[in-house]
Design a protein around this ligand. Structure first.
Ligand SMILES: Nc1ncnc2c1ncn2[C@@H]1O[C@H](COP(=O)(O)OP(=O)(O)OP(=O)(O)O)[C@@H](O)[C@H]1O
Ligand SMILES: [Mg+2]
Length: 409
């Protein structure tokens, strides 16, 4: 199959020689049983490659399983991959087959391979070298015929230096390396991808597609895209939904590109410490803005309650001071609990008028909040899960699991 046909079949957009070279290597290596390691920054599009390799191989009718090594708790990963015997650990009520047994004659995609615990790395090396493994709690050798494709956004030589990844496993996995280039190294694909995503979202949300002015295209192409294609896709979706205008100017686009306003400054001004200051200030503004909005909403809700004759009097009496504080200058509060009559229109000074479009039905579900927070943390860190997890105060592993569970892209 030609590279062009592969792109079409697997929905890969882009004409950059670096991307086409990566696809071509996948095409050439697919009929072999060689182990492939796909590396590249987060969001570059690694996930299409193991599928290409499997579907163009003689194993295409065999099983294909994608396993996110970062999403499985450390305590159960050996059992998930290699299976276990009944009673091999507390809670192992039944024997269980692992992925390496289930996927016999097929392909297993080990995503986020750098997240594998060292002890599991030993087991993996063994199965790669001999095609044999043991279930947890068993000494019986099981043979399997599995092709392994792995992916990582971690610089594995650095992980080796830090003692987190076994060098022997790295060399074994890296028989054929495929490097998926970052978006900033394939500038010719950026506008192409934007147009494709804009048209997909236009269809999804049933609205005309966005298009960019000349200056906006220039800004789009020269932005450094730390979150790569995932970030471009997310931003295109955000703009599609949020902006009413369909013609997007550079100024408008710049609002969606973190740090884009600094793109023309000398490198000196882009030091990490400066970026940190900027993002902390932005964060502070955001917190203040959110607080202001909460107070605004709260005033509105309380105002509504106070207008309800039935419950109003009791609430007013028992919360007189708070009501005064919310609706008046605290200095003017009288001694006694005084009644406040809030008539829309005549007492507009008591409640700021609220535009209808500002009243957002807010979900109070903890799960929705969690999803929202995860999305916000990922957006803030341009899809870098490590940093997002740090900010959220959870482990990377937990974050991986939640992203998978809630199907957050
Ligand atoms: N060339 C491309 N054409 C179309 N869509 C793409 C392309 N590259 C990436 N995407 C889309 O971008 C998103 C991110 O890609 P993907 O999930 O493959 O990233 P990744 O390299 O696996 O990142 P991570 O290391 O964070 O897992 C996906 O929605 C994917 O469909
Ligand atoms: Mg991935």
């Amino acid at each position: 199959m030609e590279v062009q046909a592969i792109k079409q079949r697997f929905g890969i957009i882009g004409t950059s020689p670096l991307l086409e070279r990566a696809i071509d290597i996948a095409r050439q290596v697919s009929p072999t049983d060689l182990t492939v390691l796909i590396s590249g920054e987060s969001g570059v599009g690694k996930e299409a490659f193991p599928k290409i390799i499997h579907h163009l191989s003689a194993r295409k009718h065999g099983p294909y399983i994608a396993v996110n090594c970062g999403a499985i708790p450390e305590g159960t990963i050996d059992s998930e991959l290699f299976g276990h015997e009944k009673g091999s650990f507390t809670g192992a009520h039944e024997a269980r087959k692992g992925y390496f047994e289930v996927v016999d004659t097929g392909t297993i995609f080990l995503d986020e391979i750098a997240e594998l615990p060292l002890s599991t790395q030993v087991r993996l090396l063994r199965v790669l070298e001999t095609g044999e493994f043991f279930k947890v709690g068993s000494s019986k050798v099981i043979k399997t015929n599995v092709r392994v494709v792995a992916a990582t956004n971690v610089d594995i030589p650095i992980a080796i230096g830090e003692g987190k990844f076994r060098e022997d496993l790295y060399y074994r996995l890296n028989t054929v390396p495929i490097k998926v280039p970052p978006l900033k190294s394939r500038k010719e694909d950026i506008h192409l991808l934007f147009r494709k995503f804009a048209s997909d979202f236009a269809e999804k949300y049933r609205m005309p597609a966005l298009h960019l002015t000349e200056n906006a295209i220039r800004l789009l192409i020269n932005y450094r895209w730390p979150g790569n294609v995932r970030q471009l896709k997310n931003i295109t979706e955000q703009i599609s939904i949020i902006e009413k205008k369909r013609e997007i100017t550079a100024d408008l686009l710049a609002k969606y590109l973190p740090e884009s306003q600094y793109r023309d400054l000398p490198v000196l001004y882009r030091r990490d410490s400066d970026n940190k200051e900027i993002s902390e200030r932005d964060l502070l503004y955001k917190v203040l803005f959110d607080m202001k909005k909460d107070i605004h909403d709260l005033k509105h809700v309380v105002g509504e309650i106070l207008q309800n004759e039935g419950v109003s009097k009791d609430i007013q009496k028992s919360n007189a001071q708070l009501i005064e504080k919310l609706y008046h200058n605290i200095e003017t509060v009288g001694e006694s609990a005084k009644e406040i009559h809030l008539d829309k229109g005549s007492d507009d000074h008591l409640i700021e008028p609220i535009q209808e479009s500002e009243i957002v039905e807010e979900s109070l579900s903890i799960q929705d909040k969690e999803i929202d927070l995860i999305k916000r943390a990922l957006a803030k860190h341009n899809g870098k899960r490590k940093n997002a997890a740090k900010e959220l105060g959870i482990s990377e592993r937990t974050l991986y699991r939640k992203i998978k569970e809630y199907e957050i892209i």
